[in-house]
Design a protein around this ligand. Structure first.
Ligand code: HEM
Length: 140
């Protein structure tokens, strides 16, 4: 795949930065996610914000599932010429744990927080309900 792949510069990829035409650079590969924008569980906005740069860190920070990673093949259009990515935004998270964070990034944090609260609250509510029903049926 990679040997015949078209190699794009970051400038070329950056022209595809709208909801009608949206390309992303993740792990050295270029993805045309235009058709996926509306279906992306994280929303189209984060994807549009991730255009025109190396979005690897943004992608990894979310902790995408294995199935999400597998589905990326569907949108693959080529490779990025890494020499065209400015050093400060070139993401190499696995090799460089102390990398500089890209600005404008924090897409998953609020929803993570809500999910974590729900993870505690929902079982508590169910438990409370079960105890309530038991207590009520005993006393009735
Ligand atoms: C081709 C690229 C991408 C694909 C195929 C993809 C796919 C997915 C899928 C399937 C999910 C559901 C959760 C999961 O299975 O992990 C998801 C969630 C999400 N994605 Fe992506 N994604 C892509 C790129 C990105 C990028 C570049 C960002 C950030 C800029 C992003 C941000 C998010 C966020 C914030 C969520 C929601 C997480 C949550 O609420 O817990 N995604 N994505």
């Amino acid at each position: 795949m990679a040997s015949h792949a078209k190699v794009y510069t970051l400038d070329e990829v950056s022209t595809h930065n709208s909801s009608e035409d949206c390309w992303l650079v993740i792990h050295g590969k270029v993805y045309d996610v235009t058709k996926f924008l509306q279906d992306h569980p994280g929303g189209d906005e984060v994807l549009l914000l991730a255009t025109g740069k190396d979005a690897t860190l943004d992608f990894e920070d979310v902790g995408h599932s294995t199935s999400a990673k597998a589905s990326m093949d569907e949108y693959y259009v080529g490779e990025i010429d890494t020499a065209t990515i400015p050093k400060e935004v070139l993401d190499t998270p696995t090799k460089q744990p102390n990398h500089t964070k890209q600005p404008n990034h924090n897409p998953g944090k609020t929803s993570d927080f809500i999910v974590n609260i729900l993870r505690v609250l929902v079982p508590l509510l169910i438990l409370g309900y079960a105890i309530g029903v038991r207590y009520y049926s005993k006393s009735a």
